[in-house]
Design a protein around this ligand. Structure first.
Ligand code: ADP
Ligand code: MG
Length: 617
């Protein structure tokens, strides 16, 4: 069978833009497949780190800097998407980097040194990396994607996700709910009605969703969760144990040693993951003493550390099921999502509580991306026998007398959809009304989020209650809301396309995109220069080391020539003539290649001898 995929032009990838990890998948004739990075893993940690020299690094190397470069390493940007300072509350205290008020957009920004970034820009850097990995894996350009978001994301958060994609040069054809994507990946039978519980325990968040599937229409009927519960907490619990051991053995408090903490954090996570397969793990910690300290942890001990957290996830499941009016025996399937569901105790507790064996056949940290790839294929015109409709996550309506919220379209309606209602005036001789559009589930607009506002003016003065104003809400298949108001006696009409007021304006997004294109060349050149300087530095040091080996018979003429080249190379590395530095690195590299080949054997021998004599003394 051929493994060709869609022609490059119309390929649409699926992207799981996660709080902890992001990845892409694409449809192939053999089904959806994740796209692997150079490190043979599809997972890209959703972390961006900004270095002193202005360089940005993304993914695994950035994550390795979370503790050593905390104020410039941005993780969990997803938590900030489409949010204002007041939405975040004390959330910002938990982040080591600085969050500032974004001014007119009402959105927060991340402050790194003198610059600030919107969360969309940070997410765009991550999406850019996902895109690069996808393009490298596929061997051609990628421009379109389906991106997943948590089911509870509101309009502003979804719009922010679209904006991030646009900044990264991707068109987000559709924003799909993560639990829906997971259910889709499992290809659950949609020909009949079914109830699916999606249990998603990731790195920093827990979400449970109850889905009802009716003839191919997926509706999220209830969600619950904890935005601060996940694998990170389990890592922290193990980390605390290790630090206790170190304190006990040496009296050293490692809290103020970022490098050590970083190392311990990574070890703690590795131990945790190993415990999903083994019943006991060991870690040797070098304390500089004669004997390294041995840290052991059994699975049972680990389970005791995390049991209370897991019980909380079960309580969330119960509350979501109660909200959905679903009893245990009405659950058809339970689907596991998120890397932390690999922990055996999670499976056991969920099975005991819901009375069903959860689906674990697919990799829990890939299943959302796989589902997104299926939806992407539907949009690209590949899969035809599947219809997936988005639903409106929060009710939409307008403000009426006394600040009441009058809903026109209720939560979970399937898009595209339309609703119309008649309103009137409350004061005599009113010739216009304000239409304030809100989104939310509460009764007063003060508790909901305003999406936009416009005025319908110029209708004839009439006694109160006489004008008949028909307000129409139309949500198209892309989730864009258009609100129209028409006074029926006079025919006066006004309308707006609602772009969430809580977010970037179209112009701002275009501005950021333009700026990133303008800067792209510059950024690229700056980065190349940094890389070349590093390379020159390595060449100089490497060659000096060989030349300085007293035992090596480098002919005097060669030595003099190389010394001169070294000085020239160092001078170029100190300047910023990129092409000249590039050429010099190239020719010096070629020249020393032979030298290196000739002397490497000798050098190794010398090193070995030296090592032997050092160990003897
Ligand atoms: P998110 O949806 O938050 O972006 P993921 O679904 O990728 O994140 O989950 C990441 C979390 O899963 C991390 O805390 C990671 O340590 C954890 N994890 C991954 N593999 C395992 C495993 N084998 N055992 C336990 N936890 C794991
Ligand atoms: Mg996830």
């Amino acid at each position: 069978m051929s493994t060709e995929i869609n022609a490059p032009d119309d390929v649409v990838i699926g992207i799981d833009l996660g709080t902890t990890n992001s990845l892409a998948a694409v449809m192939t004739p053999d089904g959806p497949r994740v796209l692997m990075g150079a490190d043979a893993s599809p997972l890209i940690p959703s972390v961006v780190s900004f270095l002193d020299n202005g360089e940005q690094i993304v993914g695994r190397p950035a994550r390795a800097m979370a503790v050593s470069n905390p104020r410039r390493t941005v993780h969990s940007a997803k938590r900030l998407m489409g949010r204002g300072l007041e939405d975040l509350g004390d959330e910002t205290d938990k982040l080591a980097y600085r969050i500032v008020d974004g001014g007119s957009s009402k959105l927060v920004r991340v402050a790194i040194d003198e610059r600030t970034y919107t969360p969309q820009e940070i997410s765009a850097i991550i999406l850019g990396e996902v895109r690069r990995v996808a393009e490298a894996a596929l061997g051609h350009a990628v421009q379109k994607a389906v991106i997943t978001v948590p089911a509870y994301f509101d309009d502003a958060q979804r719009q922010a996700t679209r904006d991030a994609a646009q900044i990264a040069g991707l068109t987000a054809l559709r924003i799909v709910n993560e639990p829906t994507a997971a259910a889709l990946a499992y290809g659950l039978d949609t020909s009949r009605e079914g109830t699916v519980v999606v249990y998603d325990l990731g790195g920093g968040t827990f979400d449970v969703s109850v889905l009802k599937i009716t003839q191919g229409v997926y509706k999220v009927v209830a969600t619950a969760g904890d935005t601060h519960l996940g694998g990170d907490d389990f890592d922290n619990a193990i980390m605390a144990r290790i630090m206790d051991l170190v304190q006990e053995r040496t009296g050293t408090d490692l809290t103020a040693q970022p490098e050590a903490l970083q190392q311990i954090r990574l070890s703690a996570e590795a131990l945790k993951q190993e415990l999903s397969d083994k019943t006991e793990v060991k870690l040797e910690i070098d304390l500089g003493a004669d004997e390294p300290a041995l840290f052991t942890l059994t699975r049972t001990e680990f389970e005791d550390l995390i049991r209370a957290d897991l019980e909380r996830t079960i309580a969330c499941c119960r509350s979501a099921l109660a909200d959905a009016g679903v009893q245990n025996d009405a659950i058809d399937e339970v689907v596991f999502v998120g890397g932390s569901t690999r922990i055996p105790l999670v499976r056991q507790l969920v099975k005991d509580a819901l009375g069903r064996e959860p689906h674990t056949e697919l990799d829990p940290d890939r299943v959302v991306a796989l589902g997104a790839a299926i939806q992407a294929d539907v949009l690209a015109g590949g899969t035809k026998d599947l219809l997936l409709l988005d639903v409106i996550p929060l009710s939409l309506g307008i403000e009426t007398m006394g600040g009441a919220f009058s809903k026109l379209i209720t939560r979970n309606s399937t898009v595209p959809c339309q609703a119309e209602e008649l309103f009137s005036t409350s004061v005599d001789n009113q010739t216009g009304i304000d239409i304030n559009v809100y989104q939310g589930e509460r009764e007063l607009v003060a508790d909901c989020r305003q999406l936009g506002a416009f005025k319908l003016t110029g209708f004839p003065a009439m006694p109160a209650n006489l004008p008949k104003v028909a307000v129409t809400f139309l949500v198209d298949a892309d989730g864009v809301l258009t609100v129209t108001a028409r006074e029926q006696r006079s025919g006066v009409e006004a309308s707006i396309d609602v772009v969430p007021s809580h977010g970037l304006t179209r112009d701002e997004v275009r501005g950021i995109v333009r700026e990133s294109i303008v800067h792209a060349h510059q950024d690229f050149a700056a980065r190349e220069l940094v890389e070349l300087r590093n390379k020159a530095d390595a060449l100089v040091r490497g060659t000096r080391r060989v030349l300085d080996l007293p035992e090596l018979p480098v002919p005097e003429a060669t030595r003099a020539e190389l010394e001169a080249d070294l000085v020239a190379l160092q001078a170029l590395a100190a300047g910023d003539d990129l092409p000249a530095l590039k050429a010099a690195c190239q020719s010096f590299g070629d020249k020393t290649q032979t030298l290196a080949d000739d002397y490497i054997g000798a050098a190794i021998k010398v090193e070995l001898n030296r090592h032997a004599s050092e160990t003897k003394s």
